[in-house]
Design a protein around this ligand. Structure first.
Ligand SMILES: Nc1ncnc2c1ncn2[C@@H]1O[C@H](COP(=O)(O)OP(=O)(O)OP(=O)(O)O)[C@@H](O)[C@H]1O
Ligand SMILES: [Mg+2]
Length: 233
């Protein structure tokens, strides 16, 4: 079953085509890695999928339902959640308070479970600004996972983490996707991390899909190597 389908997504900033006729079909339970050089349009695509930017052309479907006209909150209520490239936590609130607010917004009560799942219980009563950066990124993920969404759009959830921490976060995601059948679109710049956990990879380059497929196939694609992997080392 296709969990998330996007077709003909185009986005212009002035005269610049940030996305040109992008198609994306993500199966239920799949982890899709979304990669591409800086400025390729990854965040712009996540914005279009999540409804953060309504001004694009094309169509977005969630489990076959057309959600193109829906707001981010409406999409969230239907089970489509996201995180941001820069953390979206409120630094002055406690961890517990933020999880409670996120839970209330989606009509959920599993606040302790979600804190437990993301290893946040020891920090539950700490102010978010006071916990470590790695814990803040886990809080970010926990906020996105509150209410058990069906599809998660994650824009560099491991940004700023060490390689070891990134790998741990990725393994956590992998386990979660498997256990709950959550579908994940993961923007991640560390190739080792994304190739190790993704079921399939989509490569964007200046707003178009350059390649798509299983990680090994994409990794071996000469166009991908030339456009991206070669320069990334
Ligand atoms: N608000 C905006 N106004 C004008 N141009 C924008 C705006 N937002 C993004 N762009 C441009 O659109 C293109 C795609 O940007 P986007 O942020 O989606 O790239 P990205 O793949 O997420 O890059 P990164 O890896 O750096 O996060 C870039 O050229 C960027 O400069
Ligand atoms: Mg980005």
């Amino acid at each position: 079953m296709i969990a998330l389908a996007a077709s003909g997504i185009s986005k212009r900033y002035g005269g610049f085509n940030a996305l040109s006729n992008v198609q994306l079909n993500v199966k239920q339970g799949e982890i899709r890695g979304l990669i591409g050089p800086n400025g390729a349009g990854k965040s712009t695509l996540i914005d279009a999928l999540s409804g953060r930017d309504g001004k694009h052309s094309g169509r977005v479907e969630l489990f076959g339902r057309d959600i193109t006209a829906l707001t981010p909150a409406q999409r969230r209520a239907l089970g489509l959640s996201r995180s941001f490239q820069r953390t979206s936590i409120f630094p002055s609130l406690t961890v517990r308070r933020q999880i409670e607010l996120a839970a209330r917004a989606v009509g959920s009560t599993d606040t302790n479970d979600i804190m437990d799942e993301f290893g946040l219980l020891p920090f539950a009563d700490s102010i978010a600004a006071d916990i470590g950066y790695g814990d803040q990124r886990r809080l970010d993920l926990a906020l996105a996972m509150t209410g058990q969404p069906k599809v998660l759009l994650l824009d560099e959830p491991a940004a700023g983490l060490s390689f070891e921490e990134s790998k741990k976060l990725a393994q956590h995601l992998r386990a979660m996707a498997t256990r709950r059948g959550v579908t994940v679109v993961l923007v991640e710049h560390d190739m080792d991390v994304v190739f190790s956990i993704a079921d399939s990879i989509t490569v964007l380059q200046v707003g178009t899909v350059l390649a798509e497929g299983e990680p090994q196939t994409v990794r071996a694609n000469p166009a991908v190597i030339e456009a991206y992997l070669g320069s990334a080392g």
